[in-house]
Structure formats: structure tokens, C-alpha cells
Design a protein around this ligand. Structure first.
Ligand code: ADP
Ligand code: MG
Length: 560
């Protein structure tokens, strides 16, 4: 027809779809979770829009999700009465990949199928996972507040067709024409089990109907398969680990298990509930500067936004989940969230709660905590200079590599091992963990068994320039000149060989220093004999009053 248009997928989508269509991915049943999750998001969005435009829901339609299996036709349909999509939405949402982290994800696709599939398992591919089970997908949608419906159809091979369509009422219908080897997904027991497992936490009712299974004299009946209440409002005692995991997968758009679940409810000066998760793995775009905290804000069970930076500090941007406030007005606009005193109070309370739960985990389960630290430590450390008020808490949570074996070390561990006459917490920074470990600056410390923290995250130089001490002990870089090794020499060694040979060498050293200074000229401030080296002949050090060397290098790179 004249309204019909065939369009090519964005190149990245084509790559992804090719993998989907030809995949032998063992967990392909996850398509159902993804589609129900999208349907639920669509209902959330409409409920929000209807706060300011009540007409959108005035026709009496309830927000709901309906699943229909038709074994005869070989189709599975996932329908919702949510916000719907118009032509532009269909093109933008189902022809491109706008999800954050997608670029990083695609960069890591290697062309090696088995590797790429396991990566998909980590990333979660959303709508496109339909093509793991269907050889044709048709989407019929009508955007709330509009009269014209559209359809989108594709076999997942390079292009899709978009056209006008007929549809009563707003919302979206996704019709999957199942592949021959995917017909099992039409069986009622599997559908019931899977929907219960994946979707019990979904806050709108989900009904299931399987055509042709009615008993004699009955018509096909739809039955509701979920409890339909917001999970975070239910008491902890009613919820299982699986409930939390499935909810996490829904809000995080991730197929994994969370590393830590924080479920809390506050009543009093401020009333809110929060269900937050520390993800099991570092997301691919964690350090993307445009990445924002992505916790969903609800007001009295109504979704408001997942696009606010006000709810959590930036250094907790890895958290996923929901905060539901009783105190905000339902019709609060996204703009009004900025500088809002209620939001500020929630942020303070939630941040404290999150840090205390993380601390509890650190005290209770060292291994589990170290995994969290490995994934998110570099982000948490941003809080050391951004959030002066919680500096001590964050320093206590911080873990470091050190010259003292391969294990993670806390500052308390370090202080417990300090030498009797040691006054400072020594560290060395650099951009590469291995190079830092081999730094010649460490030789003298190693020889005297003085522990040095090995810091190689980009944020380390920043927080170190903002923090002077922990527990009364100053942080001190080993590259600062005139370092304290003499005082740290353990008595015995000092008086015997080392000291004597040092005396013998004095005259030669003076001559050598003068010679080197002559050669190096302006390039150095001074040439001195040093206690810090045991194997290497010479090394560069920073002046006592000057900047740490690595920091100086970083600043030079930024032309400062
Ligand atoms: P994600 O859910 O992570 O955004 P998806 O691939 O699952 O990614 O979906 C892509 C986009 O398509 C969604 O963000 C949404 O805008 C749109 N979409 C998908 N399903 C629906 C639906 N049932 N109703 C309305 N919009 C939808
Ligand atoms: Mg989705």
C-alpha cells in the first residue's frame, strides 16, 4: 500500500539480530521476560502521563498485560494497554539500539559465536531477543492520545516493514510467529511456570490464555498469573531470593544475579521505601562520563522517572532499583525534582542506608565484599573527594592492593601492620597496576618490610590530593623526596654494614652527584644519595614540597 515502507535496520541492530536469528542460545526462554518487562514499562509510562493528562486513561481501559498462546496458528502474543508507539517511536525504538552501554557491548562482539552469545547473556538484548524464538515478529501499536495505529513487521534479516494498521484502544501487541523448534513455548504449563517465575513482581495484572485448551462447553479463559502488587511494598518476610533476583533483572535490564539486595522502608519525618541492588557485574559503560544514576523514582507506587541525578550521589551510580516516596506530590514534574528539599532528604537517608548495608556486607562476608569492591571500588572512591561528609565511612570501605601479598587490604589492616617508628601510610600511584608494582621507588621500602599501597585507578590521585590522613596517619607518596627511610631502618641493619658502607661511600657520592648535576643541568633540581633503592642505580623523585610525580604527569596531560 501507499503507506507501507520498508526500512533497513541500523548496522548495529543487524549485527545483533543476525546473532539472535542464528543463535543456539540455551537460555532463549528469556524472551518472555524481556517482552513482559517492556509491557510493564509501557504501563508505567502511561500511568505517569495520565497524571497530567487524565484523558489518556479516561476510556476506562485498565493497565494490564495479556498473553495469548495459539498453538494452531503457532503464535504467542504479548499485549499491553500501555503508552503505545507511533510510527516515529517504532522506527526509533525497534530499529536502533539506544540503550546505554550498547556501543561498548557491540565493540566487544568478536564474531566468535559462543563468546558473543555469552556476552549477550551479560548484556540482555531486550526486544530483539524475540528473534531467538520467532522467525517473524509483528508489532501492532497505538500511542495513547492518538487515533492511528501502526504495525512493524520483520523476519530479523536486515530490514523491517512499517505500515498503518487497525487497533482498538491504546497499547501494543507483539505477535511472535514461533520457529518450529520453539513451539514448546506455547504450552500452558511452561507459560504458567515461566510467567510466575519471571513476572510475579510486575505491578500490573498479567493474564494468560491458551486457545483450544478449554474444557467441553467452555470458551477460552484468561487467568491471572501474577500477584500484581509492587514488590517493594511487600514485607521482606514474604519475599524469596528468587523474587528479588527477578525484580532486579526487570529493573536493571540485566540477566544476572545482584551482588547485594537492599530493601528498606522508612516511616516518620520522611516516608519512603527503597529496593536497591548492587549489580553482580560491572556494566560496560560504568566510566562513560555521560552515564547517570539510573534508579527509578516512584511516588506512591506511580513511576515518575528513571532519569534523575538528584536521588543518589554520582559515586553510587552503579546501583539499580526503585525508590518510592510517600511525601512527594504525584504530579511532580521531572524538573521540579531539582533542588527539591524532600528529594534531598531522601537522598541523604538512602545514601546512608546503602553505605551501611555495604559496610555490613564488608564485615560479614569478606569474599563477597571484595567482589563488589573489584567491580565498583573505582567508582566508590570518587566519593572520597566528592562527599567530604562521608569520607571516613568511604575510607573504611576502601580496599587496596599493597606490597604485602596479593590480597585486598583495608586501611585498618595497613595500620595494624605499621612499623613501630612508622608515621605515615605510604602509597605509590601510577596508571598501570603491574608497572606500579615494579616501581624502583619501592625497593627501599620492600627491603625494610614497610608496606606500601599500590594505587593504579585514575581517581586515586584525585582523592589523595583531597585527603590528608586516616585515623591520624598522613598519606605519603613514596616518590616525595627526602623520604623517611632512615627512620624506618630497623636498628640492627642500620648500625652494622649499611651504615658503615654508607660512610665509605660518602666521598664518592659527593663527586658523583656533582658530576651528574653538571650533565643534567636544569632538568633536575638536585641529585642526592638515597636510601630508597636497593637494586636500581637511580630513580626520579618529587620534591618534598612539590607535587607527587604521577599527579604532576596527569596535570601536565591536561595542560594545567
Ligand atoms: P529497553 O527495554 O532496555 O529500553 P528494549 O529492546 O527491550 O530495550 O526495548 C526498546 C524500546 O522499545 C523500549 O525502550 C521502548 O521505548 C520500546 N518498547 C518496547 N516494547 C514496548 C511496548 N510494549 N510498549 C511501548 N514501547 C515499547
Ligand atoms: Mg526492555
Amino acid at each position: 500500500t501507499a503507506t507501507q515502507e520498508r526500512r533497513g535496520f541500523e548496522a548495529e541492530v543487524s549485527r545483533l539480530l543476525h546473532l539472535m536469528v542464528h543463535s543456539v542460545y540455551s537460555d532463549r526462554e528469556i524472551f518472555l521476560r524481556e517482552l513482559v518487562s517492556n509491557a510493564s514499562d509501557a504501563c508505567d509510562k502511561l500511568r505517569y502521563e495520565a497524571i497530567t493528562a487524565p484523558d489518556l486513561l479516561s476510556n476506562g481501559t485498565e493497565l494490564a498485560i495479556a498473553i495469548t498462546a495459539d498453538p494452531k496458528a503457532g503464535t504467542l502474543t504479548i499485549a499491553d494497554t500501555g503508552i503505545g508507539m507511533d510510527r516515529e517511536d517504532l522506527i526509533a525504538n525497534l530499529g536502533t539500539i539506544a540503550r546505554s552501554g550498547t556501543a561498548a557491548f557491540l565493540d566487544r562482539l568478536s564474531g566468535d559465536k559462543s563468546k558473543d552469545l555469552s556476552l549477550i547473556g551479560q548484556f540482555g538484548v531486550g526486544f530483539y531477543s524475540s528473534f531467538m524464538v520467532a522467525d517473524k515478529v509483528r508489532v501492532i501499536s497505538r500511542k495513547a492520545g492518538t487515533d492511528q495505529a501502526y504495525q512493524w513487521e520483520s523476519d530479523g534479516e536486515g530490514s523491517y516493514i512499517i505500515d498503518e494498521a487497525e487497533k482498538a484502544g491504546h497499547g501494543t501487541e507483539i505477535i511472535l510467529h514461533l520457529k518450529d523448534d520453539a513451539k514448546d513455548f506455547l504450552e500452558r504449563p511452561w507459560l504458567e511456570r515461566t510467567l510466575r517465575k519471571y513476572s510475579d513482581h510486575i505491578a500490573v495484572p498479567i493474564s494468560l490464555k491458551v486457545c483450544g485448551t478449554e474444557k467441553e462447553g467452555e470458551t477460552d479463559k484468561a487467568e491471572t498469573v501474577n500477584s500484581g502488587s509492587a514488590l517493594w511494598t511487600r514485607p521482606k518476610s514474604e519475599l524469596s531470593d528468587d523474587d528479588y533476583t527477578e525484580f532486579y533483572r526487570h529493573v536493571a535490564h540485566s540477566p544476572e544475579e545482584p551482588a547485594l539486595v537492599i530493601h528498606t522502608k522508612a516511616e516518620g519525618v520522611i516516608s519512603y521505601s527503597a529496593l536497591l541492588f548492587v549489580p553482580g557485574q560491572r556494566p560496560l559503560d560504568l566510566f562513560d562520563p555521560s552515564r547517570k544514576p539510573r534508579v527509578k523514582l516512584y511516588v506512591k507506587r506511580v513511576f515518575i522517572t528513571d532519569d534523575t541525578e538528584e536521588l543518589l550521589p554520582g559515586y553510587l551510580r552503579f546501583l539499580k532499583g526503585v525508590v518510592d516516596s510517600e511525601d512527594l506530590a504525584l504530579n511532580i514534574s521531572r524538573e521540579m525534582l531539582q533542588n527539591n528539599p524532600v528529594v534531598a532528604r531522601i537522598r541523604k537517608a538512602v545514601t546512608n542506608k546503602v553505605l551501611s548495608e555495604i559496610e555490613k556486607r564488608a564485615n560479614k562476608d569478606k569474599d563477597a565484599y571484595e567482589k563488589i569492591w573489584e567491580a565498583f571500588g573505582p567508582v566508590l572512591k570518587e566519593g572520597l573527594y566528592e562527599d567530604a561528609g562521608r569520607r571516613d565511612t568511604l575510607l573504611k570501605l576502601s580496599r587496596f592492593k599493597s606490597t604485602h601479598g596479593d590480597a585486598w587490604v583495608s586501611l585498618a589492616d595497613y595500620i595494624g601492620r605499621m612499623k613501630d617508628n612508622q608515621k605515615a601510610i605510604y602509597y605509590v600511584t601510577g596508571t598501570d597496576a603491574e608497572a606500579v608494582k615494579r616501581s624502583p621507588q619501592l625497593e627501599g621500602f620492600r627491603a625494610r618490610d614497610v608496606e606500601v599501597l599500590l594505587l593504579s585507578d585514575p581517581v586515586d590521585d584525585f582523592w589523595l590530593s583531597a585527603i590528608s590522613e586516616f585515623d591520624g596517619k598522613p598519606f605519603k607518596s613514596v616518590t616525595r623526596g627526602g623520604s623517611d627511610l632512615k627512620d624506618l631502618s630497623n636498628g640492627e641493619n642500620n648500625t652494622s654494614d649499611e651504615a658503615k658502607s654508607a660512610e665509605d661511600d660518602t666521598e664518592d657520592m659527593v663527586a658523583l652527584s656533582a658530576l651528574l648535576k653538571g650533565i643534567l643541568g636544569d632538568q633536575v633540581a638536585d641529585v642526592r644519595a638515597s636510601d630508597r633503592l636497593t637494586e636500581t642505580a637511580a630513580c626520579l623523585v618529587a620534591d618534598d614540597n612539590g607535587l607527587d610525580m604521577h599527579l604532576e604527569r596527569i596535570l601536565r596531560q591536561h595542560n594545567q
